[in-house]
Design a protein around this ligand. Structure first.
Ligand code: NAD
Ligand code: UGA
Length: 363
């Protein structure tokens, strides 16, 4: 049987590694994967349905060769860690806009289907958040085809990533319009789960996203830091739910052509301060540790944590009606279950020597 070939760019990252698990387990696809790193996918490297190219996507001729061999290209590669947006903004714009232009042009020229990963950050902030008198943050549900994009000023360099991703979406859309590119755009809303980012000082350096920051604090008895009081809100989406949506997109090229999809769990919305409390409680329940053996929850300013030019989305709630209708998809995993699964996986991975930094990479 002639299997469909997927080219997965960034297959060694958090989402990519979970997508590989699912796609290879189905035995229905061949995969040509590219990434700088293979440490989260080492268990798949001997799979006969995977050809893995460990290389920089944008250097050399490998990208074209990989795309030529495939039917569908799934572009996940990105610098998507908020601590970089205001500290290495040129690299962030290049990696999220300039460099992936080549992927779009190749897909158009070679007539390949493109599934591109954008971000819920393109929506920016809620419009009402600019009304300083309004303390309540009324709900504004972000819709793919109707909501405006509300980003801060250029000096607030946090928005380099959102702006680069936004312009990239517009370019893909334009290729669909002018060159008949078959595309689908995905806007993930805070996917979480095992293998997310890294634990600083163990298998990476710098500041990871919030789940890994809080896991580092819990595992090593350090404070859980709430940036500017942890008042901002997110809809955390468990990775298994997210992969269900991505598989539906892969399997429905006709219905998803030319569409943009929010993929997120509106029912899992919480503030970051609530997240810290819930993670601490669940961690204590799993480990049996007392409150005093776990790190305290403290407040820090965004400038001291991320540096100058940081800004933040106050609230991001997805409208998922389109995903429900066209993909037949709904998220199923609630926040406590998602956090329990995630914390358990981190404990298995890094918690074998409690209190000591000496873990290993995800197997
Ligand atoms: P990740 O950082 O875990 O994975 C990205 C992968 O891309 C990494 O393995 C990295 O090595 C690889 N990569 C980057 N530049 C490369 C290059 N030049 N050559 C080869 N490999 C390169 O990120 P993730 O969380 O898996 O996110 C994947 C995509 O989804 C990104 O485009 C991101 O913007 C988007 N996204 C993710 C989330 C989320 O909740 N995780 C939310 C919104 C958007
Ligand atoms: C993320 C990243 O931009 C991308 O990975 C992605 O495109 C998108 O949003 C997404 O995941 O949907 P953000 O949600 O701000 O951005 O990412 P986190 O770093 O996980 O931060 C979430 C919130 O927690 C922010 O308000 C941040 O200031 C706060 N935070 C983070 C803390 O209070 N303490 C910490 O230790 C870390």
């Amino acid at each position: 049987m002639n299997k469909e070939t997927l080219c997965i760019l960034g297959c060694g990252g958090f989402i990519g590694s979970h997508l590989l698990d699912r796609v290879l387990a189905s035995k229905a696809y061949r995969v040509v994967g590219m990434d700088l790193s293979s440490k989260k996918i080492s268990r798949h490297l001997s799979d006969k349905n995977l050809t893995f190219v460990q290389a920089d996507i944008y250097r050399g001729k490998k990208l074209k060769e990989c795309i030529e061999k495939s039917d569908t290209v799934i572009s996940l590669a990105a610098l998507c860690n908020p601590s970089l947006y205001n500290t290495t903004p040129i690299r962030v714009i290049e990696n999220n806009f300039t460099q992936p232009l080549e992927v779009v042009a190749l897909c158009a020229a070679l007539k390949k289907r493109l599934i591109h990963f954008s971000t819920c950050e393109v929506y920016g902030r809620t419009t009402s958040s600019y009304d300083k008198k309004d303390k309540k943050q009324p709900i504004e549900i972000f819709n793919e085809d109707r909501s405006p994009f509300v980003l801060g000023p250029v000096s607030a360099q946090r928005w380099t990533y959102a702006c680069a991703k936004q312009l990239h979406e517009r370019l893909i859309y334009a290729y669909g319009f002018e060159n008949d590119l078959a595309f689908t755009i995905v806007r993930p809303f805070n996917f979480i789960g095992p293998r997310m980012d890294f634990i600083p000082g163990v298998d990476g350096e710098g500041l990871p996203r919030v789940i890994a920051c809080f896991m580092e604090a819990l595992l090593f008895g350090q404070p859980l830091k709430l940036v500017d009081g942890g008042k901002n809100r997110r809809c955390f989406t468990y990775i298994d739910d997210a992969i269900n949506a991505i598989m539906a997109i892969i399997q429905k090229p006709g219905k998803t052509r030319g569409q943009i999809f929010n993929v997120g769990s509106p029912g899992n919305e919480c503030s970051i301060s609530e997240l810290a409390l819930r993670m601490k409680d669940i961690y204590r329940m799993i480990t049996g540790k007392s409150a005093k053996d776990c790190g305290k929850i403290i407040n820090v300013s965004s400038e001291s944590f991320y540096g100058k030019g940081y800004d933040d989305s106050n609230r991001r709630v997805p409208d998922i009606a389109k995903a429900k209708k066209l993909l037949g998809w709904s998220p199923r995993v609630g926040l406590d279950e998602a956090l329990t699964k995630t914390i358990t996986a981190y404990l298995l991975e890094y918690g074998n020597e409690p209190g000591k930094k000496g873990g290993r990479a995800w197997k």
